[in-house]
Design a protein around this ligand. Structure first.
Ligand code: UDP
Length: 237
């Protein structure tokens, strides 16, 4: 049994709790949702349950594929046991199809396929609105070593290749997604979550958005979209 001890950190969508093992923490998934740097707030009914199940399935599968992640095991509906990381404050975004901020920045239509996947880095700083940064900024801010940045880019592209195929087999197009990495006992592990909160998934058959854009853009059917992604990935009802 893994006893839940004191709260270590509470974020917008998750809470981290200590355990009796200093190397392990419990990630608890909430139903709260935020968008536009927390200017928009809401609740997506049962999101925590869906996101915990989706993330647990994907992390376990990635581990089988040789990707090193923080995932240990799913503990309950909303709890996942993970290795404790010192998170690198960089959001690593990989993209296959133009959407969201890239559409705005480059003046391209949403849905335009990119000739090859691209990776972007953002400085994880809510007070600055998570600005996009490059390797020079990472170096002068001392956020990560050059080797760590290289490794995060490579892993993001590797996860993108594998996950795109996995999702395609389940009728989902992986448009783009955000990853976070952290240090653990001298190594770099994939952390955080892989869920419709931080990925864009479009139904291959209907082009319907099945991710947090339904919440961000008030498209309706938000819970149903998370449940549909859960069904396709976890095979549940
Ligand atoms: N993303 C995220 N957290 C952020 C910003 C982006 O998880 O703070 C994810 C987002 O869900 C999408 C991808 O990263 O899958 C690219 O997001 P984008 O830069 O287009 O920003 P957005 O349009 O979401 O503001």
């Amino acid at each position: 049994m893994m006893e839940r001890r004191e709260k270590l950190y509470e974020g917008k969508a998750k809470i981290l709790y200590a355990t009796d093992d200093p190397d392990l923490v419990i990630q608890y998934f909430k139903d709260e949702a935020t968008a536009f740097n927390a200017l928009k707030k809401g609740v997506i009914e049962n999101k925590g349950i869906y996101n915990n199940a989706i993330s647990s399935t994907l992390f376990a599968w990635l581990e089988e594929q040789g990707v090193r992640t923080h995932f240990v095991r799913k503990l309950s509906d909303r709890e996942m046991l993970v290795r404790r990381l010192r998170i690198i404050p960089i959001e690593v975004v990989a993209r296959n199809i133009v959407a969201g901020s890239l559409a705005k920045r480059l003046g391209l239509a949403e849905g335009t396929p990119l000739p090859r996947p691209i990776v972007e880095l953002y400085y994880k700083r809510d007070d600055l609105g998570d600005p996009m940064i490059n390797e020079d900024h990472v170096a002068v801010l001392d956020l990560a070593t050059a080797a760590e940045v290289r490794s995060m880019r490579e892993q993001a592209l590797e996860v993108n290749r594998r996950l795109s195929k996995y999702l395609e087999e389940r009728g989902l197009r992986l448009i783009d997604f955000k990853l976070e990495f952290g240090r653990h006992k001298g190594g770099l592990l994939l952390g955080d979550e892989i869920t419709p909160d931080g990925c864009r998934f479009w139904d291959i058959a209907t082009a319907e958005k099945l991710d947090k854009d339904r919440f961000r853009r008030d498209l309706g059917g938000v819970e149903a979209a998370y449940q549909e992604v859960y069904r396709r990935i976890c095979g549940g009802g």
